[in-house]
Design a protein around this ligand. Structure first.
Ligand code: BGC
Length: 753
């Protein structure tokens, strides 16, 4: 195997060397030489991405590639990229090694001009498709942790475990800002705030890519899904979004802008349409904005089948060939076709017919080959020995546990119900209590994540972790109801409640991904609420643990819950993290990265406007406050200790163009145990040329304080942090009065040009 790998490596390096003989300067020149010798078919092949299932033997376990089908792909069509796992579930490192050696080996042996294949994979919260990989909390949970360092560490480990399988390109992070909680991909986002998504997105890109893409611990990141995917009007996946340009730029563009500037190598396009234009066909969004304004010079890849769908779904292109023309002219480099050769064939036809210039194709091929070169694929295209040793290190589990712990968000804790003592006799119940799949959510060893068969042996559920913590004799388990709310045995759970001291009621959602996760409203299934009500009627304290990717409505059962812990989809360390927080080994410090709605049809974000909150005048001079009473506000999250904020100061109180203000605040831990707290600085523009939101997050920092300890922290605020995108799509800071807010403290600030 090692011999095979090294001979592969030699072959590809030699290709590049032979082709670059006489050339002494930079790498880009050698790529140009390579391109100069390529046929049009080879170039179209480089721009084509197929699903591995196109070349696998159906039903074979372990995976087997079909040599004839593989030959058709990589020799006849010179396909440049594959995705996915080919069989519907994660593969072992050994299987991945086999897959890559077969593919790269055939390219080397049978192609006169062998160009290594680039494999892309959805390592979304860990190496999704590598058996026994460590899975981290989903992005929504990392956003609750408010700790960019943790996001970077999880991405770094995810990169190491991905590359250990020979895969060097991940389709992550998701930089869609999650402002529509009904959307099935909400859990994949960093929540509703652009700044949070920006900071965590940049940290994630840095974690994936490191300082050097060629290093065995790095993978290329893919910012997705550019742009406007996360706010579909109906909440359904891949359905239309309506966004004025200023709105798109204000709320959805910033994370992409920052991550492009941080050096992200690739971008995946939004499958949906924005204001009537499918993004795959939008030259404005892909070329003018992404390449022109943001300066992105990496690879733009389509999402699944989305070039074909410009014709079949969106009805923008009146033929398949027109769809290819539109997407390529809009700026696409690689089409995730992914099940046939239509894109490559039609692209060749378009160039031959003079409808697309070969120069345009060369631009894309140059970007693709440059990426392959930066990833070290020409040197060694298979699994690198130095990368393989990066898999499964014990410290990865610890990192997953640490992130899960920091994500845990304590939403309610009446009379300090939590933490529980070790001696408590606990009934653990509900559909998520004994489910390992609900803890991991989507992209967990399978696309949907809902098949426990592919999870590592010994993966623990919440009830397992509680048993491990307080022993069998003090832990009673009855599921009560299933995920869809059907009665498994509610009566048994209710009977068991009488023999317990407290009830840990685990409700929420089973794993789901993309369109299969579409729902029509956010209400919890009636049976889950029924279980809660029956248990609440016993009079025993009910501790609600929410294991869910998006906020499901708990209004009917919240008042009778003594405590509520939001766990999101916390991944490999999730069960342990929940148990450790419930029993006080850890002090929770997560803060909601979204506004938790009280009603399914009343969805607002924290940066809502005055008119979201003020009703009509019901009598002269009287303004009636009618709405915006979310169940829990963005940023809400309790601790087992108490914090006090004092001394908010802003200096100077008048900020001038080009200047900065220092905003300081003192935070004291006034409770009895150590705790972490995320300090959040908000601003409010009192009057603006577009109606201003009530507040916007401008900066945040997480600190840890011992009991009795206090600290003063200072944020530097510049005028651009007070800017917004106006109705002409210009980013402006308008002179006038602002209010700065940290916790319950407020201070004025004036901005003068
Ligand atoms: C998803 C992408 C994903 C791609 C490849 C698509 O259905 O929208 O997020 O990267 O499949 O698996």
């Amino acid at each position: 195997m090692t011999r095979f790998t090294s001979s592969l490596a030699t072959a590809f390096t030699t290709t590049l060397l032979i082709l670059t003989m006489n050339i002494t300067s930079a790498d880009t020149v050698s790529i140009d030489t390579l391109i100069a010798g390529m046929t049009l078919e080879e170039k179209a092949g480089q721009m084509t991405q197929l699903d591995l299932m196109v070349v696998t033997r159906k039903g074979a376990e372990p995976i087997e590639l079909d040599p004839e089908k593989l030959r058709e792909a990589v020799v006849t069509h010179k396909i440049g990229s594959f995705i996915n796992n080919g069989v519907g579930h994660a593969l072992t490192i050994k299987e991945w090694t086999y897959v890559l050696e077969e593919i790269q080996g055939m390219i080397r042996k049978e192609n006169p001009r062998p160009i290594p294949l680039l494999y892309g994979i959805d390592s979304i919260h860990g190496a999704t498709y590598v058996r026994d990989a460590t899975l981290f909390p989903h992005q929504i949970a990392l956003a609750a942790a408010r700790n960019p360092e943790l996001a970077a560490i999880s991405a770094r480990i995810s990169a190491a475990e991905t590359r250990a399988a020979g895969l060097r390109w991940t389709f992550a992070p998701v930089l869609d800002v999650g402002r529509q909680p009904l959307w099935a991909r909400f859990p994949e986002t960093f929540g509703e705030d652009p700044l949070l998504a920006t900071r965590l997105g940049v940290a994630t890109v840095q974690g994936f890519q490191g300082d050097d893409l060629g290093s065995p611990g790095s993978v290329a990141a893919c910012l997705k899904h550019y742009i406007g995917y996360s706010h579909p009007e109906t909440g359904k996946d891949r359905s239309p979004a309506l966004m004025p340009d200023w709105y798109l730029r204000e709320y959805f563009l910033p994370p992409f802008t920052a991550a492009v500037r941080a050096g992200a190598k690739t971008v995946m396009v939004n499958s949906g349409e924005v204001s009537g234009v499918p993004v795959h066909g939008s030259k404005y969004l892909l070329t003018d904005v992404l390449r022109g304004e943001l300066g992105f010079n990496g690879v733009i890849v389509s999402d699944w089948e989305d070039v074909i769908r410009l014709h079949t779904w969106h009805k923008l292109a009146d033929s398949p060939v027109e769809a290819v023309r539109m997407a390529v002219e809009a700026g696409l480099d690689i089409s995730m076709v992914p099940l046939d050769y239509s894109f490559a064939t039609l692209l060749v036809q378009l160039v031959r017919d003079g409808k697309i210039s070969e120069k345009r194709i060369d631009e894309s091929v140059r970007r693709i080959l440059t990426l392959k070169q930066e990833l070290g694929l020409f040197e060694n295209p298979a699994v690198e020995a130095a990368a393989a040793v990066g898999f499964g290190k014990p410290e990865y589990r610890k990192a997953a546990l640490d992130s899960a712990i920091e994500a845990m968000t304590l939403l309610k804790n009446q009379n300090n119900t939590l933490p529980l003592s070790d001696k408590t006799r606990v009934l653990v119940t509900g559909p998520t209590a004994d489910s390992i799949t609900a803890l991991h959510g989507c992209w967990s060893f399978t696309w949907q994540g809902d098949d426990p068969k592919w999870y590592p042996e010994g993966t623990r559920s919440v009830v397992d972790a509680i048993r491990g913590r307080i022993g069998d004799s003090n832990t009673i388990f009855h599921q009560g109801v299933s995920f869809d709310g059907s009665d498994v045995d509610i009566d048994a759970a209710v009977r068991a409640a009488s023999t317990s001291d407290v009830i840990v009621l685990c409700l929420g959602e089973e794993a789901y991904a993309e369109t299969p996760g579409d729902i029509h409203d956010l209400d919890l299934p009636a049976g889950q609420l029924e279980l809660a009500r029956r248990l609440q009627a016993t009079g025993k304290p009910v501790i609600l643990v929410l294991i869910e990717g998006r906020p499901r409505i708990i209004r009917p059962i919240e008042p009778a819950c003594s405590a509520i812990l939001m766990a999101y989809w916390p991944g490999s360390g999730g069960a342990e993290a929940i148990a450790r927080v419930l029993f006080g080994d850890e002090n929770p410090s997560g803060k909601l990265p979204f506004t938790y709605p009280r009603h399914s049809n009343h969805l607002v974000t924290y940066d809502r406007k005055y008119t979201h909150s003020l009703g009509e005048i019901s009598a002269p001079g009287e303004t009636k406050v009618i709405t915006s009473d979310p169940q829990f506000e963005f940023g809400h999250g309790l601790s087992y200790t108490t914090f006090e904020y004092t001394h908010l100061k802003v200096e100077p109180a008048i900020l001038k163009k080009g200047g900065k203000a220092l905003v300081s605040v003192t935070l004291a831990n006034t409770g009895k145990r150590a705790g972490k707290e995320c300090i959040e600085l908000y601003s409010r523009d009192l009057f603006a040329s577009l109606t201003p939101p009530l507040k916007r997050l401008r900066d945040f920092r997480k600190v840890e304080l011992a009991p009795g300890q206090s600290t003063t922290i200072t944020f530097e605020l510049t005028p651009d942090q007070l800017a917004f995108v106006n109705g002409n799509s210009e980013t402006v800071t308008e002179p006038g009065d602002f209010e700065l807010m940290i916790a319950n403290l407020k201070a004025p600030l004036r901005y003068e040009n």
